[in-house]
Design a protein around this ligand. Sequence first.
Ligand code: ZN
Length: 260
Amino acid sequence: MAFLSAALVVVGSGVIVLNATGAFDRAESGKSTAPSPVPVPVPVSSTRTKTVAVPVEPTGAATPEQPQSQQPSSPVVPPVRVTSTATKYVFPVGGCRADASQSHHDYPASDIFADKGCRFVSPVDGRVDEVTRVDSWSSKTNVGEDRGGLSVSVVGVDGVRYYGSHLSAIGAEIKPGLAVRAGQTLGLTGKTGSAQATPPHLHFGISWPTPAGHWWIRRGAVPPQSFLNAWHGGRQLSPVALVAKTRRSYGVDRGCRSYC
Ligand SMILES: [Zn+2]
C-alpha cells in the first residue's frame, strides 16, 4: 500500500489537468488539431513523494535514555508521507472535442467519439495495469480479447481500473507498473481492433482490478456515463462505491458471460 500513499501526494503538485476546471475545450481551442507526435511525451517526474522532516527531538526532555540495543537500526524517525484525501479525476480524452456515448451494446462502457490522434489521458493518479501494443483483431474471427486493438488500463489510487482501447498509438514508456498522473497522456485515440469499421473513438471502461487477461471485466463492468459526464464538466465524482457494489453482486468470475 506504500504505492497508494506515494501516488496520492502528486495531487496538487503542479500536474497539468485538462478538465479540472471544465475548460478543456476552450483551453485547447487555440492549439493545432494535428495529432501529437509519437511516442507521446510523458513528463513523469522522478520525485513522486514529498517528505516532511519530522523533528527528532521528543517533546520535553523527560525521555529516559535507552540502551543503544533497543534503538531501531534505521534512521531515528522515518519521514512522514504527505497524503491527500481526495482523488482527482479528469476526463480521459484531452485536446479534442469528445462525445461520450450514453449507452453501450452488450455490457457497460462508453464509446467516446473523438478524432484520431486525440490524447487518451489517465483519468486518475495510479499505475499502468495492462498494455496491448499489437492489433490482432480480425473481422472474420472477432475474438473477444482482440476487439480492443491497442489498449491501456490503469489502476487508480482509488483502487478502480480504467481502460481505454482502439488506440492508434501508445507512448513507448507506458508499461505495466509505471506510475502515472491524472491527465497524463497514455496514448492516442484511433480505430484499432473492432473499431476499424466505425468512426474513431475511445472505448472506455471502468472495472475492478483482476489478474491480467481478464478482458471481459477490463472492458467495462459498471456504467461509466455519470462519471464521464461529471469529469467532462469539471466536477469530481468517484466510481469507487459503485464499483465495489457491482463487484459484490457480480460474484465469482468464471469467465466471459456476454458478448464473448
Ligand atoms: Zn465500445
